[in-house]
Ligand binder design. Structure first.
Ligand code: ACO
Length: 331
C-alpha cells in the first residue's frame, strides 16, 4: 500500500531588518521603562524596517532564503500565499509583488489576512492544497511591518510590535512526515478588541482620521491578553487530539511571540517545560504574521528541530482569530 502524501516544510528563511530598537531607545521617546516592558511582555528589543522597505521586500527576502534552503528554483513555485495585515498597498496583493520580485512566473499568488494568526491559517490552507495534489511547491510567507501602523505616542501598544518576514516551502512528503493536523477559528464579535479603525471602506483615510490616529492600532490589551491565554492552550490541545499525538510527544512548541506571559500560560496548559518551548519575543517583539515562521527558522537553524521531531505551531490575533498546526519535521 502506498503511504499517504502529506505537505511538509522542506525549506525555511527569513527577511529581518537590521535596525534594532531597544527598550532603552523607547525610554527616550515615550513615558516607559525597560523594566516595565520586560516584566509585562518579555520584550527587550525589536527590529524596525527603514522607510524605503515595504512588506513585499521583507517577504521576497524571506522567500528567496527559504527557496535556497529547500534547493528549489523560483520557477518551480506554483502558489504563493502571503499572510499579512500590513500589505504594501490596498491592492494588488503583496503576494503578486513578491511573485514578480522573485521571478516565480508560474505561481498563483494571493494574500491572506488573519493578522497574527495569518501564518498558521496560511500553512493549514496551503497544506491541504498540497495534500490534494493541486499544488506541488508552495511558498507560505508571513510578513508584517507593524511599525508603520502603530501609534508611536501610545505606550500601551507601540512597545509591543516589530517588523519582519519568514517563509517556508511546502512540498509533498511521505508519511510519517509533514503537517499532521490543523485547527483554525474566529470570533468576529471580538473585532473591536484589536483593530485599525480607519483606512478601509468603513472609515476611509481622511485628514481628520489621521489627526485622530484612527489609522493606527487600537487595542484593549487586558481583554486580548485574557483571550490569548485561554485560546493558545485550547487550540493546541485540539490540534494535538486531531493528530492523535499527546503533549508529552511534542519536541518543540512554537507559539506566536506576543508576550512571554501568554507563552508561559500556554505551555503550562499543555504541561510542557519551558525547555521545549521556543522563545524569541525578547529579540523581535510581536512581528504579527511573521512571528511563527521566524521562530521556525531560528529553531531549525539552532538545531532544535530535527527530522522526525513533532512541533506544534500556534497563534492568535485580531479578528479575533486563532489557529494551530501539528507537524512532524520533514528534513
Ligand atoms: N510603559 C509603562 N507603563 C505602561 C506601558 C508602558 N509601555 N503601557 C501601559 N502602561 C501602564 C498603563 O497605563 C497602566 O497604568 P495605570 O494602571 O496607571 O492605568 C499600567 O501600565 C497597567 O496597564 P495594563 O494594560 O493593565 O497592563 P497589563 O499587565 O495588562 O500589560 C499588555 C499590558 C502588555 C499590553 C498586555 O495586556 C498584553 O500583552 N496584552 C495582549 C496584547 C497582544 O498580545 N496583542 C497582540 C495580539 S496579536 C495581533 O493580532 C496584532
Amino acid at each position: 500500500m502506498r503511504s499517504k502524501v502529506r505537505a511538509g516544510i522542506v525549506g525555511v528563511g527569513v527577511g529581518i531588518p537590521d535596525k534594532v530598537l531597544t527598550n532603552h531607545d523607547l525610554e527616550r521617546r515615550i513615558d516607559t521603562t525597560d523594566e516595565w516592558i520586560v516584566t509585562r511582555t518579555g520584550i527587550r528589543e525589536r527590529r524596525i524596517a527603514p522607510p524605503s522597505v515595504a512588506t513585499s521586500d521583507l517577504a521576497a527576502q524571506a522567500a528567496r532564503h527559504a527557496l535556497q534552503s529547500a534547493g528549489k528554483h523560483a520557477e518551480e513555485v506554483d502558489l504563493i500565499v502571503v499572510a499579512t495585515a500590513t500589505p504594501d498597498m490596498p491592492w494588488p496583493a503583496t503576494a503578486c509583488l513578491v511573485q514578480a520580485k522573485i521571478g516565480a512566473a508560474r505561481a498563483a499568488a494571493f494574500d491572506l489576512n488573519a493578522v497574527c494568526s495569518g501564518f498558521v491559517y496560511a500553512l493549514w490552507i496551503a497544506a491541504q492544497a498540497v495534500e490534494t495534489g493541486a499544488y506541488r511547491c508552495v511558498l507560505v510567507i508571513g510578513a508584517d511591518i507593524l511599525s508603520r501602523q502603530v501609534n508611536w505616542d501610545d505606550r500601551a501598544t507601540c512597545v509591543l510590535f516589530g517588523d519582519g518576514a519568514g517563509a517556508v516551502v511546502l512540498t509533498p512528503v511521505e508519511e510519517p512526515y509533514g503537517v499532521l493536523s490543523g485547527v483554525m477559528g474566529a470570533d468576529g464579535t471580538g473585532a473591536p478588541l484589536l483593530h485599525v479603525p480607519a483606512g478601509g471602506t468603513r472609515e476611509p483615510l481622511s485628514p481628520e482620521a489621521i489627526a485622530r490616529k484612527r489609522h493606527t492600532v487600537h487595542m484593549r490589551g487586558r481583554e486580548v491578553f485574557k483571550f490569548a491565554v485561554t485560546i493558545m492552550g485550547e487550540v493546541s490541545v485540539q490540534a494535538l487530539e486531531k493528530a492523535g499525538i499527546s503533549p508529552e510527544q511534542v519536541n518543540l512548541f512554537i507559539p506566536h511571540q506576543a508576550n512571554i506571559r501568554i507563552i508561559q500560560a500556554a505551555a503550562e496548559r499543555l504541561n510542557l517545560p519551558m525547555e521545549r518551548v521556543f522563545v524569541n519575543v525578547d529579540r523581535y517583539g510581536n512581528t504579527s504574521a511573521a512571528s511563527i515562521p521566524i521562530a521556525i527558522y531560528e529553531a531549525w537553524a539552532q538545531g532544535r528541530l530535527k527530522k522526525g521531531d513533532v512541533a506544534v505551531v500556534v497563534g492568535f490575533g485580531a479578528g479575533l482569530t486563532w489557529g494551530a498546526c501539528v507537524l512532524r519535521w520533514a528534513y
